[in-house]
Ligand binder design. Structure first.
Ligand SMILES: [Zn+2]
Length: 336
């Protein structure tokens, strides 16, 4: 996206004067939603976006049009730590002086992955190699990952929030609901009174959130994610404000569709494991070989494939077999 496009950045105004700002992203997702909620004395900003020149130019243009200055920002609230949501938090804090709220687990992730020593994805790429990914592709993933350091810094000073707490902003009281599986420590903000939810990347219309293995974190993220979907599906929601795509109705139905999507994928995978295959072979069967030229998407696809394999393994439906000289892991359907 060039500067010309980003100057015409799309915004949509919702009830209560809430502003949905489509902050540009240099990936196939195209944009991340930031929400700007009016306060009596300024604004609350949810998930400001990835730190890129284009995103900053887009924000400056939106703020100029809306006559909002950085000093009007009273707080910055993050649903989770992924760079496309978190990246601009420190920059916004520097310009506004506003507190940044996120969970302790989410912030710890940013420090582990993009902390003082720079980006660190070696554990992840080593895991991918063990599951059959060719070395040059794992190296490309490391290089891509390192390029995010400048897109998530400066890191903010964080005020920690926690699932189970309540917060007031945008004229509403919000219940903080923990929602793992996509991102460890993600919280969603639910207003029981208005029946609206700021649902981060947990539930989105038309696209399925990435559920992937991250070394040293949840070792069964898919199970965590599916449990979270059942919990969320019981909420009364009139309108959901997601991190990508547009606000949508039919929240409970969408949680069910997502659950079915994963059930189908698990079943397909088991079919393919009637012969032993590595995680990487399965990844290519599901997501296609074209991802070899896109390390960013390949990382998500591989981490997601492993999340499914771990899920099957934990339930005794698939088992590991060592191959390739003993240090490469492959899987087969149990009992085959
Ligand atoms: Zn995310």
């Amino acid at each position: 996206m060039d500067l010309e496009d980003s100057r015409e950045i799309e915004t949509t105004e919702w009830e209560g004067g809430w502003l949905q700002v489509k902050v540009p992203l240099p990936f196939s997702l195209r944009w991340v939603n930031s929400y700007v909620l009016p306060e009596p004395d300024g604004y609350t900003v949810i998930d400001p976006g990835l730190r890129t020149e284009e995103a900053i130019a887009a924000w400056e243009s939106v703020m100029e049009r809306r006559r909002i200055s950085f000093h009007d920002i009273r707080r910055i609230v993050l649903t989770h730590q992924h760079p496309d949501h978190y990246g601009l938090a420190g920059y916004f804090q520097q310009r506004s002086g506003a507190p940044v709220y996120m969970t302790r687990e989410a912030f710890a992730y940013t420090q582990r992955l993009w902390g003082e020593e720079g980006a660190s994805s070696e554990e992840l790429s080593a895991l991918f190699r063990k599951h059959g990914m060719p070395g040059e592709l794992a190296d490309a993933i490391d290089r891509d990952f390192a390029s995010f350091y400048k897109r998530v810094t400066p890191h903010p000073e964080v005020t920690f929030i926690e699932a189970g707490e309540r917060m007031k902003f945008g004229g509403l009281e919000w219940e903080l609901i923990g929602a793992g599986g996509h991102a460890l420590g993600q919280v969603l903000f639910y207003s029981r009174e208005k029946e609206v939810i700021l649902c981060g990347d947990q539930v989105m219309p038309r696209i399925t959130p990435n559920v992937g293995v991250v070394p040293g974190e949840d070792d069964d993220p898919l199970s965590t994610f599916l449990d979270s979907l059942s919990e969320l599906g019981r909420l009364r929601v009139k309108l959901a404000f997601p991190g990508h795509r547009d606000p949508f109705a039919g929240f409970a139905e969408r949680t069910e569709e997502l659950r079915l999507h994963h059930e189908r994928r698990l079943a397909d995978m088991l079919e393919q494991l009637t012969q032993p295959r590595t995680g990487f072979e399965l990844c290519e069967l599901h997501f296609g070989e074209r991802l070899r030229s896109n390390p960013h998407n390949l990382r998500f696809a591989m981490a997601e494939t492993l999340a499914h394999l771990y899920y099957l393994e934990r339930r005794g439906r698939a088992e590991r077999a060592l191959s390739g000289g003993g240090d490469m892991i492959s899987y087969r359907k149990s009992g085959e």
